[in-house]
Design a protein around this ligand. Structure first.
Ligand code: NAP
Length: 289
């Protein structure tokens, strides 16, 4: 792309940001869709967050993605918040419309898209979610929005799972419960979609996390359970390998990662990328240089 006097800026605000795949995904999309935009990462300390957010308006940026640790704090500097982002209590995408900054949360939307794009259904399903962090919060709200029949949240700190239960109960009719982290066979029986939202299984240098599972591998999944992992490095976690070995369909974290970026791109440009773009981006991410 030729950068010129009309080029607009989109960016990532976070701390740290050095590991992010977002510039690769977004700059690829701008090139393919002929958008005169460039995407950069800014490592922003908490004390500078307000100034960074007002720069979006001052510099007439298209918008920004927001990542750890600013997804909650950023909300107080925005003019409008999308309904689901408000329920979730966190924002990962900001749109600048003529100086009005509106916050969205595309994490859960990206996750839901990865299930629906795979030809699977959410409406009427019994769902078990492992983990109750920021990603789980966003995913739970979108699953409830999509008409999930029941959502059970299993977490090490029960009080964090209970916080999500409260959010869902006060906004949706979904049957929702919190349980402890150690899932038993009877708790697994009847589950139709099983999701790992913890970092267990992630490739973390100097640790054995990549060999770990968020559930007892002796448990029997039964038939027709869709298993999803939001960890995207490695592509196929131990959890996903275990699910495949039991004959389950799977959805990978890389698809959620790409989809949440597609949703941000859609908010900023009105365009929705295609499966061809997903394929090309996966190739780019496997060789990020
Ligand atoms: P977070 O807010 O820090 O939450 C982490 C959750 O995992 C908490 O519920 C925590 O339990 C639980 N957990 C962490 N380590 C654990 C362990 N050793 N044993 C049991 N439970 C453990 O993190 P997050 O933002 O939700 O992100 C979670 C993972 O999702 C990360 O790996 C992140 O990279 C990935 N992610 C992927 C995408 C994507 O697009 N694919 C998007 C967002 C996040 P406690 O509450 O007890 O601490």
């Amino acid at each position: 792309m030729q950068i010129n006097s009309k080029t607009k800026l989109a960016c990532l605000l976070g701390h740290p940001v050095g590991h992010s795949f977002s510039p690769i995904i977004h700059n690829y999309l701008y090139e393919v869709y002929g958008e005169n935009i460039v995407y950069l990462c800014f490592d922003v300390d908490r004390d500078w967050l307000q100034k960074a957010s007002s720069a979006l308006g001052t510099l007439e940026m298209i918008g920004a993605n927001v990542t750890i640790p600013h997804k909650v704090d950023i909300m107080k500097y925005l003019d409008e918040i999308d309904l689901n982002a408000d329920i979730i209590g966190a924002v990962n995408t900001i749109q600048n419309r003529g100086g009005i900054l509106k916050g969205y949360n595309t994490d859960g939307r990206g996750f839901v898209k990865s299930i629906l794009d795979g030809g699977f259904e959410i409406s009427g399903k019994n769902i078990l979610l492992i983990g109750a962090g920021g990603a789980a919060r966003s995913i739970s709200v979108e699953l409830a929005s999509q008409g999930a029949s029941s959502i059970t949240i299993a977490n090490r700190s029960l009080e964090k799972a209970e916080e999500i239960v409260k959010i869902i109960r006060s906004n949706f009719n979904t049957d929702v419960n919190a349980i402890g982290f150690d899932i038993s066979q009877s708790q697994l029986d009847g589950v139709e979609i099983l999701i790992n939202t913890t970092p267990i299984g992630m490739n973390v240098a100097g640790t054995d996390s990549i060999f770990k599972m968020p559930i007892d591998e002796k448990l029997d999944l039964g038939s027709d359970v869709l298993v999803c992992d939001i960890v995207y490095n490695p592509d196929e976690t131990e959890f996903i390998k275990w699910a495949k070995s039991q004959g389950s369909d799977v959805v990978l974290g890389i698809d959620m990662l790409i989809n949440q970026a597609f949703e941000s791109f859609h908010i900023w440009t009105g365009k929705m990328p295609t499966e061809v773009d997903r394929y090309k981006i996966k190739e780019l991410l496997s060789d990020p240089r």
